[in-house]
Design a protein around this ligand. Structure first.
Ligand SMILES: Nc1nc2c(c(=O)[nH]1)N[C@H]1C(S)=C(S)[C@@H](COP(=O)(O)O)O[C@H]1N2
Ligand SMILES: [Mo]
Length: 437
């Protein structure tokens, strides 16, 4: 080691500068302990990944030779410019939309970690673009079968007692992958209409109590303030259970794309019911049968009947790493990691298969495991270089187990792609490439 060219600040810390020897993976005591915690059973430490070639760490790289960028450049921080490939985008192979006002953009789960989706990568589903709403002029009207019809400003609403909770949001059109699997799809394509945030807002029950819902009030109409004025009917029980009038997301005010300045959030329900840019709530006795629930967002069953108001997103999971479009860099240890969630409560179990569902093994659930929230799971894997089929299967607190694609297709008509929570399989080839299977 060339001690004489070490930067001053590192001289006394020279124990961190190591020369790697061929065939010897570098494991400090600290990462040995944490790695051992997850790998205890597998005995995989000897094959942990690491740089095996003889190489000396450069003593003074170019970026250490002068001060870096100044403070507050920019004043609102952005991800590293070197991560510019981590972006929302349209689905591979979908025809380009006639306009970009109505459509979808997908969360890049193959590049994300943990359970929270960064605000700028939250998926989008708009039916008439993102309105530019002045929060000072925005109003929420509560009327219909209430004792006191009320109009709230944003200041009125934020004065109520608030709560912050982590919840996933999933479009019921996520995972439109019935039929023959397209090998080119990534997890962004198959599962990108799914994101998770910490949402802050006022319990809808609090605001409804101010207006006083009459006993005959059983359904609620929620209307958006965009040009599409998206409207959905919500059972009153959900409104009084865990529905939120949300004004903040991951600690800051809602992003415009997510409904600024106010959205409804119905935890665990299909994303379409979480009305963005919320401007009106009307209490009635029955569902309002809006066009959003008669022409769309209903399920076709094999006997050709239609099931309406199928609100809850059932237990689902997906391996995000390794996933379609990625490739394994060499044999040996790989951590299989992914996401599991259920609209009925907490995830209680995730199993992983590396042989296409012939055998299943319990994965570790990363804390925190929260209700109606993404749960990160991890599974240590030794890849010997043979073709493999990776899949995950989740179970939720209700005891429901995520179904296979064949099982789900048998109880649906192929034309209705909503609510596809089937098991996702990724095929690993001998050369390490991973594709949708
Ligand atoms: N007003 C309004 N609310 C809306 C929509 C919309 O187009 N307009 N899209 C719905 C659909 S289909 C989904 S899946 C979610 C998407 O929320 P996001 O864009 O914040 O991810 O919002 C729902 N709420
Ligand atoms: Mo949606």
């Amino acid at each position: 080691m060339e001690q004489d060219v070490l930067p001053v600040g590192l001289e006394r810390d020279a124990r961190h500068l190591v020369t790697l020897e061929p065939g010897k993976a570098v494991l400090t005591r600290r990462n040995l302990v944490s790695a051992a915690a997850s790998l205890a059973a597998s005995g995989a430490l000897g094959a942990a990944p690491g740089k095996a070639a003889a190489e000396t760490i450069p003593s003074r790289p170019e970026w250490q030779q002068r001060p870096g960028a100044e403070l507050m450049s920019p004043p609102y921080g952005a991800p590293s410019a070197r991560e510019s490939q981590v972006i929302r985008r349209a689905r591979h192979g979908s025809p380009p939309p006639p306009t970009n006002y109505a459509g979808i953009s997908l969360t890049p789960h193959q590049n994300l970690y943990g359970i929270v989706t960064p605000g700028g990568l939250h998926y989008e589903r708009h039916h008439s673009g993102v309105p530019d709403i002045d929060p000072d002029q925005h109003r929420l009207l509560v009327h219909g079968l209430v004792e006191r019809p009320l109009i709230f400003t944003m200041d009125d609403l934020t004065r109520f007692p608030s709560v912050s909770r982590l919840h996933f949001l999933e479009c019921s059109g996520n995972t439109p992958t019935w039929g023959v699997p397209k090998p080119g799809l990534t997890v962004q394509d198959t599962h990108g209409l799914l994101s998770c945030s910490e949402w802050t807002g006022v319990p809808l029950a609090t605001v409804l109590a101010e207006a006083g819902v009459r006993p005959e009030g059983k359904w609620l109409l929620a209307e958006g303030g965009d040009a599409a004025a998206l409207t959905r009917s919500i059972p009153i029980e959900k409104a009084f259970d865990d529905a939120l009038l949300v004004y903040a997301q991951n600690g800051e005010r809602l992003r415009p794309e997510q409904g600024y300045p106010l959205r409804l959030l119905l935890p665990g329900f299909e994303g379409n019911t979480s009305i963005k840019w919320l401007r009106r709530l009307k209490i009635g006795t029955a569902p309002f049968q809006t066009r959003w629930e008669t022409s769309k967002y209903s399920l076709v069953l094999p006997d050709q009947t239609i099931r309406q108001f199928d609100f809850v997103m059932d237990a689902k999971s997906v391996i995000t790493s390794p996933s379609g479009g990625q490739s394994l860099k060499g044999t040996g240890f790989h951590e299989i990691s992914g996401l599991a969630w259920s609209g009925r409560g907490k995830i209680t179990r995730v199993e992983v298969s590396t042989d296409g569902g012939t055998s299943w093994h319990d994965a570790a659930l990363q804390e925190p495991v929260l209700s109606k929230c993404l749960t990160r799971f991890r599974f240590p894997w030794q890849w010997e270089g043979a073709p493999a089929r990776l899949a995950s299967r989740s179970t939720d607190a209700s005891g429901y187990v995520q179904p296979s694609r064949a099982a789900l297709e048998s109880i649906r008509d192929g034309r209705s792609y909503y609510h596809n929570n089937a098991i996702q399989t990724w095929a690993v080839a001998a050369n390490g490439s991973v594709v949708n299977a």
